[in-house]
Design a protein around this ligand. Structure first.
Ligand code: GLU
Length: 283
């Protein structure tokens, strides 16, 4: 068994991150397996080195040891570019020049599990226009999801404790695989890295269960193995809302400063016991 915890270094880790990290760590250790850390630092404008150091310090404080060096997404850009080239060669992606405002203004933009579903404006641009605009206009790369589904085959996956499921990527529309400002989207980077790291069990928050629709499709298109998934309940505050990075009192740094003992907290979280005022909920 190989599991991972993959923080984005864009803020302080909080109790929700600790819960996720504890579950992934303990599952690997109980099975005599491997626990890896990945730093999801692909978003250059929001990622900060001090958050990388703070996240690793928080995990150490919790008593969660990891194997090997943390892998950094910012060091995997060549893999992302190669996968995009593969999809481009198969005509499964297209450049999209739309701005957020263009998409929001489109009357036909319904909402799917990952926000507004892209109305497909740039999907069938004539080749000369596409080539001309690609030279000077900022663009992202989108998956032609309907077309991808015609070549993807079976999209089954297993959720631990629930059994077989089948991905429904169409509900997401043509998702972004490479952003205007980043060489890969979360979906592409995470799917490729999980495969490259040899992750066998993806243990993460239930807020990401819908993302699995997309990840499963990318695995099928790029010939990657399908891990087993476990999407766990989310830690919520007194208001019943899931924690966010701005919830300072729930940050691990605050808890540490208040005298909480890291390994005791980790053991409590593993047993589903949360500090007063917090609870676990499925979204
Ligand atoms: N960096 C992502 C996050 O913090 C990881 C998501 C995942 O585990 O796939 O949400």
């Amino acid at each position: 068994m190989l599991t991972r915890f993959a923080p984005s270094p864009t803020g302080d880790l909080h109790l929700g991150h600790a819960y996720s990290a504890v579950l992934a760590h303990d599952a690997a250790r109980a099975a005599g397996g491997t626990f890896l850390i990945r730093i999801d630092d692909i978003d250059g404008s929001r990622s900060r080195e001090d958050y990388v150091a703070a996240s690793l310090a928080d995990l150490t404080w919790l008593g969660l040891g990891w194997d090997g060096e943390p892998l950094r997404q910012s060091a995997q850009l060549g893999n992302y570019a190669a996968a995009l080239d593969t999809l481009r060669a198969r005509d499964l992606v297209y450049p999209c020049f739309c701005t957020r405002a263009d998409i929001a203004a489109s009357l036909s933009a319904p909402h799917g599990p990952s926000g507004a579903v892209y109305p497909g404006t740039c999907r069938d641009l004539p080749a000369p226009e596409r080539n001309r605009r690609m030279v000077g206009e900022p663009h992202c790369w989108r998956l032609d999801t309907a077309r991808a589904l015609t070549v993807a085959g079976d999209l089954a996956w297993k959720e631990q404790g629930w059994g077989p499921r089948s991905a429904n990527p169409l509900a997401h529309g043509d998702i972004v695989l490479a952003r205007k400002d980043a060489p890969a989207s979360y979906h592409l980077a995470s799917t490729l890295d999980d495969a490259a790291m040899g992750v066998t069990h993806i243990i993460r928050g239930a807020d990401l269960i819908a993302a699995t629709d997309v990840h499963r499709l990318l695995q099928a298109l790029l010939d990657l193995p399908t891990p087993l998934y476990r999407h766990h309940a989310l830690v919520c505050g007194a208001d019943g809302k899931r924690l966010a990075k701005r919830d300072a009192p729930a940050s691990l740094a605050s808890l540490r400063a208040a005298g909480v003992v890291g390994p005791t907290l980790a053991a409590d979280l593993a047993a589903g016991r949360l500090p007063t005022g917090y609870s676990l909920r499925m979204p």
